[in-house]
Design a protein around this ligand. Structure first.
Ligand code: F6P
Length: 373
């Protein structure tokens, strides 16, 4: 019997998604004789039943293209903004799954997508996920789709910032994405030879960073590159944030919960100016002119690297193979040179952050990089 597959991309886009869609589609239809459709704009498209056939013509020529041909959104079935309200539209999703006679729904996404995918699995749907995010913070996989490309972009940016920082004898503070994980900043910081690398996993002390920069100046290096992850925080701010998180977890009753949520949201809003504040503090403490570069969405855009094209193809084709064997309720994890199905329960709600004893952390310290602690 022909199998029917639905595919959607959810959460922030990342380079390599099209390679994965192509991998799933070509293997499923060309090799296993299945029928494949794609839903536009993540779970919103599934709710609105906006589907397109993922046939030979649609899949052709997309391997090298960035973003996702399906479009994406951060909308989730249990918290879908509809007409100014937040609704749980899980039943509509289940209905449309059945209306399209799907045997499986493949969701390509990061942390939020995995939580949504597990809920759909619990509703009885056959679900498979593929781990994608430039942040590399999905649990139980060696690496996520898009990380390698973003790492290359951020590294090249640091390379370019070096010559201008050197010429002007400045501190250049470069903000790198990664949400609450430091993989991108740490990887690009090491590869680009940043003098200071700040990641969320290691709260920093501004005085220590300034000390490291002053030490460089004394040895004749009057410029410094500070690679700061968007989620990095000072020791004081990290303690305040941890406290607010604890309060949110312990909160009882609606009012207390709302208050705790609001307090956390305020702290997160305050955090958005963190890199600018850090640069100002370093300028005051070192008397060296400082400049800020926020890399932002450039890290997610453009053509995927060869590594991400390979990874997308590997994960996508493995996904089709799992479907052919009726293996559902799993994420297709990247494991060594191959792949491995991991049950969604082991992935959803977990985040893979940089362990403090990770070899990259040790290498950075051994080449004399300050990690701000
Ligand atoms: O998860 C990928 C990511 O680019 C993070 O690094 C960043 O914090 C976030 O998405 C930005 O989200 P949005 O695309 O919703 O602005």
């Amino acid at each position: 019997m022909t199998k029917y597959i639905g595919v959607l991309t959810s959460g922030g886009d990342s380079p390599g998604l099209n390679a994965a869609i192509r991998g799933i589609g070509k293997a499923a239809s060309g090799f296993f004789g299945m029928q494949v459709i794609g839903f536009r704009d993540g779970f919103r498209g599934l709710m609105e039943n906006r589907a397109i056939p993922l046939d030979g013509a649609t899949l052709s020529g997309i391997l090298t293209i960035g973003g996702t041909i399906l479009g994406t959104s951060r909308d989730r079935p249990d918290r879908m903004p509809v007409g100014g309200k937040i609704l749980d539209i899980t039943d509509v999703v289940v209905e449309n799954y059945e209306k399209n006679h799907l045997d499986v729904l493949v969701c390509l996404g990061g942390g939020g997508t995995h939580k949504a995918a597990l809920k759909l699995k619990e509703k009885g749907l056959n679900i498979i996920t593929l781990p994608k995010t430039i942040d590399n913070d999905v649990a139980m996989t060696d690496v996520t789709l898009g990380f390698d490309t973003a790492l290359g972009i951020a590294t090249e940016a640091i390379d370019r910032l070096h010559s201008t920082a050197h010429s002007h004898h400045r501190i250049v503070v470069v903000e790198i994405m990664g949400h609450r994980a430091g993989w991108l900043a740490l990887g690009a910081g090491i590869a680009g030879g940043a003098d200071v690398i700040l990641i969320p996993e290691i709260p920093y002390d501004v005085e220590r960073i300034a000390g490291a920069i002053r030490q460089r100046a004394r040895s004749g290096k009057r410029f410094s590159i500070v690679a700061v992850a968007e989620g990095a925080a000072s020791q004081q701010d990290a303690a305040i944030h941890a406290n607010a998180l604890k309060k949110k977890e312990k909160a009882k009753g609606k009012a207390e919960k709302r208050k705790a949520r609001e307090a956390l949201a305020e702290l997160e809003l305050h955090h958005t100016g963190n890199t600018l504040r850090l640069a100002r503090q370093l300028e005051e403490l070192t008397h060296l002119e400082s400049r800020v570069t926020i890399l932002g969405y450039v890290q997610r855009g453009g053509a995927p690297s060869a590594v991400d094209r390979l990874l997308g193809t590997r994960l996508g084709t493995a996904c089709a193979e799992l479907i052919s064997e009726d293996t559902f309720g799993v994420m297709v994890a990247a494991r060594g040179e191959g792949t491995e199905p991991v049950s969604l329960e082991k992935v959803a709600g977990k985040r893979r952050v940089v362990p403090l004893d990770h070899p990259w952390v040790e290498s950075a310290r051994h080449v004399g990089t300050s990690l701000g602690d």
